[in-house]
Design a protein around this ligand. Structure first.
Ligand code: S3P
Length: 176
């Protein structure tokens, strides 16, 4: 298997529910790298769920914490083995975090459409931003605001229909 050993850190970005965590974990395995998830790191560091953290501290403080976590994972000048990082859906939309991601990693936008995402998040709505009366309207609003920003990622990969492994293969083709 010809895989990319020489690329920098890989950061998966994109809307909640596209599969960044599952795809990232499998991608890391294929590349022989460590996998990290920024939401998990925040939960470990704060001892709170993402949802709980949002409710207690608000979005601005969450974004600041998210930036610290991402900076610690990929922003260091100390040379460490390259990792695969799944970022929370809003991380790349926060400019200071985006700057870190763009300068220290290969950013890959996993693009999914609204119906797929709605279907997935409605199975288990642990996303504070979608805990509203009309999640579709909220998602549409987020898509409109975020798509142009996600578009700044270096590589764009539409998620495949069916099993995540197909998207993993697409990502591997895209980086080779
Ligand atoms: C968010 C996405 C979530 C999580 C938080 C905020 C967002 O991550 O960080 O609920 O702003 O899109 P996932 O993309 O992993 O769901």
């Amino acid at each position: 298997d010809k895989v990319a050993f020489n690329t920098p850190h890989i950061a998966l970005i994109g809307m909640m529910g596209v599969g960044k965590t599952t795809i990232g974990r499998r991608l890391a395995k294929r590349l022989g790298r460590e996998f990290y998830d920024s939401d998990d790191e925040i939960e470990t560091a704060s001892g709170r769920t993402v949802s709980g953290y949002f409710h207690d501290h608000g979005e601005a403080e969450f974004r600041a914490g998210e930036k610290r976590v991402i900076s610690r994972l990929v922003g260091s000048e100390i040379v460490k083995p390259s990792i695969v990082l799944a970022t929370g859906g809003g991380a790349f939309t926060h400019e200071p975090t985006r700057d870190i991601l763009l300068s220290h990693s290969l950013t890959i936008w996993l693009q999914g459409d609204i119906d797929v995402i709605l279907e997935r998040v409605s199975r288990n709505n642990k996303r504070p931003l979608l805990q509203v009366e009309d999640p579709r309207a909220k998602l549409e609003e987020l898509f409109k605001a975020r798509d142009p920003i996600y578009g700044l990622a270096q590589i764009h990969v539409p998620i495949a229909k069916g099993p995540h492994i197909r998207t993993v293969n697409r990502v591997i083709r895209a980086i080779n």
